[in-house]
Design a protein around this ligand. Structure first.
Ligand code: NAP
Length: 311
């Protein structure tokens, strides 16, 4: 692949000369693309719901009507899609990015998917002669806005090096983990831990309240001890008020637990805590909490569940 890597624009050329595509402009994709635009990159966007492109077009982004056309007019195209199905469809489906790719171009998928999906996307992209990098991110809405994401990358090293300046704008650190599938696996392990942590925190908040303690004080106590985590300090105060402003949609956390359990299954690793947590997120989904923040999982432990918070 080194010949393809060297056919990418000269690494010594000014980074701003790269034409960058961005497809998938949800909670994460929009601020990530915005940071690239604000850094002076020539960015072309596409999103299934076109209206989400408008704020970026107002900031100077160009628009193309399909992922194929974005990939065709850009040197490197980033994709930030909801789940394995949409990531695969946008990359390889009709009018998908692969149809617009050719040698010298690159495709960077920053969605959270399983390794098998990532490998399917990689194979289709590589068939075109283009390079592929999987680069799921750790960090949520605010880190995306602040350019503080952590990239978990794997795939073509030449593309990793080529897009490093862009990753440095959107993130605070980046890891190169080798073969395609390793970035996806790392991301799923991280989010498996996170989903279980949030479920456990939810149990603690409710138990403290049941025994007559003030859960707000529990949040403070936790924040000062060895189990302190930014996530608890950030989400705890609103969870105590039964408020769940969406940074990471609950449906995506459940998707990640489901994929992490599949990963564990593939190597016969026992993950009983994550399996139990997954059930709680499924209950929360069945009560209409899919689009709330994943901290709304606490509702699935309450004796009186909401009928539906999204209706
Ligand atoms: P989101 O706000 O739900 O955005 C999802 C994006 O996928 C939207 O652009 C949506 O388009 C698009 N999409 C969904 N189904 C599609 C389909 N069938 N065809 C084409 N486009 C489709 O989600 P997000 O929070 O930005 O998350 C995106 C990815 O990053 C997910 O894999 C998530 O797990 C991961 N992630 C999220 C966070 C977080 O804190 N939010 C953090 C790290 C990683 P429309 O606008 O048309 O619906």
């Amino acid at each position: 692949m080194s010949n393809l890597g060297s056919s990418l624009p000269d690494a010594t050329a000014a980074a701003e000369t790269l034409r960058v595509g961005f497809v998938g402009l949800g909670i994460m994709g929009s601020p990530m693309a915005q940071n690239l635009i604000k850094s002076g990159y020539d960015v072309t966007v596409w999103n299934r719901t076109k209206s989400k492109c408008d704020p970026l077009i107002n900031l100077g982004a160009k628009y193309q009507p399909s992922p194929q056309e974005v990939a065709a007019c850009c040197d490197v195209t980033f994709a930030m899609l909801a789940d394995p199905e949409s990531a695969l469809d946008v990359a390889t489906g009709e009018n998908g990015a692969a149809s617009g790719l050719s040698p010298g171009k690159g495709y960077v998928d920053v969605s959270t998917v399983d390794g098998a999906t990532s490998k399917l996307i990689s194979a289709r992209i590589k068939d075109t002669g283009a390079l592929f990098l999987e680069a799921p991110v750790s960090g949520s809405k605010k880190p995306a806005e602040d350019g503080q994401l952590i990239f978990l990358t794997a795939g073509d090293k030449a593309l990793y090096e080529r897009v490093a300046p862009l990753l440095d704008i959107m993130g605070k650190s980046k890891f190169y983990l080798g073969e395609v599938g390793n970035g996806a696996a790392m991301k799923l392990v991280v989010n498996m831990i996170m989903g279980s942590m949030m479920a456990s925190f939810s149990e603690g908040l409710l138990l403290s309240e049941k025994v007559g303690l003030d859960p707000s004080i529990l949040v403070q106590v936790v924040s000062q001890g060895a189990i302190s985590a930014p996530m608890y300090s950030l989400k705890g105060p609103s969870m105590v008020q039964s408020l769940y402003p969406t940074a990471f949609p609950l449906k995506h956390q459940q998707k990640d637990l489901r994929l992490a359990l599949g990963l564990a299954e593939s190597v016969s690793q026992s993950t009983p805590i994550a399996a139990a947590a997954n059930e709680l997120y499924k209950v929360a989904k069945s009560h209409g909490l899919s689009d709330q923040d994943f901290s709304a999982v606490i509702e699935s432990l309450k004796s009186k569940l909401p009928h539906s918070k999204t209706e």
